[in-house]
Design a protein around this ligand. Structure first.
Ligand code: C2E
Length: 350
């Protein structure tokens, strides 16, 4: 499907397709983000594709087309995103492959060394006996073994080089993986890393009967702040808020940039009471700092955060947990901002 779609996007009719995509997104209440736009253009260009079938099914079922739905579809069907997922998987496979090659090399080296040693020992013990021809034969064998050993040494040094190269490759792969999971601006975990961490945390809590809380935090009036002070200062504020949230995000917690000015904290093994007190510390710290515009030294005032918190219910999956934390966040916004709300009354009382 994708090659045809890519071609049709560079044809005169492409502008029609783009207009149709915007109209269809608006009609179906889909936010006009770049990713959604790409998905809807692909959808309209090839409705009979697997992507088309999946979107049609969703529309029929009346399911909302949320950002995370968009990201899942993109990872599955859009060529670029699909490729980057596949590259990471390939990296995994390569890493395992290299592990087993390295182990094989190591064991071959050990057995060849043991063989040489055995022959040398045999030759030594025969030298003390009066065994004439046998000794000459063994000497020949020993020389042969020495030659093999020399060859082995050359091979070993080549293998050592290969091993170093494998180590360098692995390090590079690891760094690429870290970068793919990290938000470039704030250095917190990115959305992909967050989704994976939350999924893992939910599965673990379910398997072990453990507790788990999730918080989402949003900078208040960030759009107005950006409009007033410009994007560069806005980015600095994102970095500042991220640094405060990140200080509370050591493992096993995960601190992530969830979207534009929205952040998230996953608290595995911690209930709403603990999470609430951490959120309050973060909120108070951010609100208490008067920020400066670096270029002019003007006072920017303080920025504030609204937060929403949900403790996982038994059997609850990531989507529902996020939804409840989001609903609590909107309660904080409606309640006047610069506050934290919890999804459940018990947690709120705590
Ligand atoms: P950054 O500019 O790279 O600063 C990193 C850290 O260095 C800061 O972490 C802080 O611990 C220290 N630092 C840098 N400049 C100063 C300073 O003038 N005075 C003091 N006392 N410490 C300083 P922090 O505070 O967590 O901030 C993280 C990031 O948030 C900063 O990275 C910057 O990008 C942004 N940021 C923080 N405060 C402000 C501010 O008042 N205005 C602007 N525009 N950005 C800020």
């Amino acid at each position: 499907m994708s090659a045809d779609v890519e071609t049709s996007l560079r044809a005169p009719k492409a502008y029609d397709l783009a207009r149709q995509a915007i109209a269809a997104m608006e009609a179906n209440k889909v936010w006009p983000t770049a990713l959604n736009f790409e998905l809807w253009v692909h959808y309209l260009a090839a409705k009979d594709s697997p992507l088309g079938a999946e979107i049609d099914q969703m529309l029929e079922a009346g399911e909302p087309f949320t950002d995370s739905v968009g990201e899942t579809l993109a990872a599955k069907f859009l060529p670029k995103q699909k490729l980057s997922g596949e590259i990471l998987d390939a990296g995994d496979a390569l890493s395992k492959e290299l592990d087993s090659v390295t182990r094989a090399i190591e064991s071959a080296r050990e057995s060849s060394e043991a063989y040489g040693q055995e022959l040398a020992n045999a030759s030594e013990s025969l030298a003390t006996e009066d065994t004439g021809n046998i000794k000459a034969m063994v000497d020949t064998l020993t020389q042969a073994t020495q030659r093999v050993r020399q060859e082995n040494e050359t091979l070993e040094s080549q293998l050592a080089d290969t091993k170093d190269e494998v180590g360098r490759l692995r390090e590079h792969l690891e760094q690429t993986r870290r970068e793919a999971m990290t938000d470039g601006l704030t250095s917190l975990a990115n959305r992909k890393a967050f989704d994976e961490a939350l999924e893992r945390a939910c599965e673990q809590a379910e398997a072990e009967g453990g507790i788990l809380s999730l918080a989402v935090l949003d900078i208040d009036h960030f759009k107005a702040f950006n409009d007033t002070w410009g994007h560069q200062t806005g980015d600095q504020v994102l970095r500042y808020v991220a640094s405060v949230i990140g200080r509370s995000g050591d493992a096993p917690r995960t601190a992530a940039r969830y979207g534009g000015e929205e952040f998230a904290l996953i608290f595995p093994g911690e209930g709403a009471r603990m999470a609430l007190s951490i959120l309050e510390e973060i909120r108070a710290e951010v609100a208490s700092r008067v920020l400066k515009r670096r270029s002019t030294n003007e006072d920017l005032g303080a920025v504030t955060l609204s937060a929403g918190l949900a403790e996982r219910h038994p059997g609850e999956g990531p989507a529902s947990l996020v939804e409840r934390a989001d609903a609590a966040l909107y309660a904080s916004k409606r309640g006047g901002r610069n506050r934290t709300s919890a999804a459940d009354p018990i947690a709120a009382a705590a």
